[in-house]
Ligand binder design. Sequence first.
Ligand code: MMA
Ligand code: CA
Length: 303
Amino acid sequence: MFFHKDQSEMSAVYNEISTIPFSSEDNLESNSEKDSKASSPASGFQRCRVSTVILGLLAVVQLAVIICLALHIEANNKNVTEEKDELKRALNDSSLQLNSLTQGNDKLKKINSEIVARSKNLTEDRNELKAKLDDLVSRQNTMIEERDNLTRINADTQTSCRRISLERDQLRERLNILAQPGWIIFRQSAYYMSSTTKTWQESRDHCRSLGTDLMIINSKEEQVFANGFKKYMWIGLTDSEGEGRWKWVDGTPMNTNYWSENEPNGKTEENCADIKSFEIESSWNDESCSHKLNWICEMKLNP
Ligand code: MMA
Ligand code: CA
């Protein structure tokens, strides 16, 4: 098509050239001269020769143009082919890369799925372990609480045990004492009636050596019971700390009393009390503490 276009263009040029004057000299000639020469055979030959030369030149030019165009097209074709090959290679490369990327993508998708599945499993495991841990912590706290309670109970029990052990020892000791001859049980107490005589203080010391003290009389029944021994004997009553302020050996003041008639009469000379007139209910008498008399100890069985 390119060729056809060039050929037609060339033909047009050729036609145009064939119509123009052959030389500048010809142009200068007058029309009349032209007319006169046209009929000359020599000038016709010359025109023919010039035309041939021009045609030859035009043919050469056309050929050169054709060759140039052909070379240009060839070069273009070569470039296009090279570009095409290059594009093919690039396309191949891209295709390979695409394949590779697709494969990589698939692998990554698979790995991702596995990771998601593992993550799910791990989450479940974690939740399960967390629940177990919470349960363990809760149980541990309960156990710690129980342990603390048991520790407290244990400490209390040990304290109780020590106290009970002490009480047991005291009871054993008292039992041993009570197992000795001379002890009589009445109501909530046991009483020891001496078989010898001592001063009031010596008598008291003896009672205390047995873990007891001189008798304290708190009721009419006890007073009657004491009289029943029919002994002139010390009881646990004294006003040594203050004249007329009679107090029992446990520190309590004397409230109810069983003084004999006209007793107490010894003022500061007689500061210790005894049972003297045991035949009558009101049998108490104040006496000089240095007198030697029998004495009666009282051990409370349920202190
Ligand atoms: C004794 C002595 C006194 C008591 C009188 C009267 C002589 O003194 O025991 O304390 O008051 O007898 O019984
Ligand atoms: Ca007296």
